[in-house]
Write a protein that binds this ligand. Structure first.
Ligand SMILES: [Zn+2]
Length: 287
């Protein structure tokens, strides 16, 4: 889907195992920014290169036009096809330093963050050729200069990218969708990052990995709703642990899912682990 001149969104469907015969239908957005050269933002899951290359052909570009693949972070739905894309295009693979280990060593990633179906989502590890940090600018030619923002919280090295001239912001997984599965490393860092995006000037289009493109007044609304969602999750976690101080993580997650009215699929170890981040912050302060 064309979002704006030179900017395209590719919605990539995939499935997560959710029981013996059950699957959770998910999707992830990858983005193409087409200047003189092409930047691919995230690779999608294993096999996504076919969708990406077919789309490139439909707009008169070739896979080899991809000069850089920016991995906004290391999660399987963002890096699953990265190896195949690099093999086919010889592009530079770029990511934040904090994500490098999990991108280059997928066994380590799976050990430290076990995701159901991981082996079907990620085809192979890939080497990070270029480490990106807050303030870097990626010039693609043709008037497309992409500014890099470090927006941790969803993961430690999550990146957002801003095309200032085109007024387009790519926020990857940094902006949570209210009512959906809250998955993050650090609730408070998420709040800081969404605030950082909120106070950027001149964003007219917000492109997330989890949501349809937001335009104009919808941009600020999406950021505000995400902040409210993050804070209400934090409150629900504290409410549950005050009431059930001995509850284990999954029981606590179940209570939070109930209080927040989240979908049943939110009762899972990844969400429980996300919610636990609020407790890790709380303990050292002597509560
Ligand atoms: Zn993610």
């Amino acid at each position: 889907m064309r979002v704006a001149e030179g900017i395209h969104a590719l919605k990539i469907p995939f499935r997560l195992p959710a029981g013996p015969d059950n699957f959770l239908e998910r999707f992830v957005y990858c983005y193409l920014v087409c200047g003189d050269t092409v930047c691919l933002i995230d690779s999608g899951v294993a096999g996504s290169q076919e969708i990406i290359f077919d789309y490139l052909a439909s707009i008169g570009r070739k896979p080899e036009d991809i000069s850089i693949l920016v991995l906004t972070h290391s999660h399987p739905d963002h890096m699953g096809a990265a190896h195949a894309i690099r093999e086919a295009t010889a592009c530079t693979v770029a990511a934040h330093l904090s994500e490098k280990n999990w991108i280059e060593d997928i066994d380590l990633q799976f050990r430290e963050r076990p995701v159901a179906g991981f082996e079907t989502l990620v085809a192979a590890p890939v080497k990070v050729d270029r480490v990106l940090k807050d303030g870097d600018v990626l010039g693609l030619g043709g008037g497309f200069d992409m500014e890099v923002f470090h927006t941790p919280g969803h993961s430690r090295g999550s990146l957002s990218l801003f095309l200032r001239k085109q007024k387009v912001l790519f926020c990857a997984d940094a902006v949570l969708l209210p009512g959906q599965l809250p998955i993050y490393d650090d609730n408070e860092a998420c709040v800081r990052s969404v605030n950082k995006l909120k106070y950027m000037r001149g964003v007219e289009i917000l492109l997330s990995s989890w949501d349809e493109p937001k335009r104009g007044p919808e941009v600020l609304r999406a950021l505000d709703e995400s902040l409210i969602f993050l804070r209400s999750i934090q409150r629900a976690v504290f409410e549950v642990i005050n009431e059930y101080p001995t509850a284990d993580l999954m029981a606590m997650c179940g209570q939070v899912v109930r209080i927040m009215g989240l979908p049943p699929a939110a009762l899972n170890p990844l969400v429980a682990r996300s919610l636990a981040s609020s407790l890790e912050k709380k303990r050292p302060r002597g509560h």
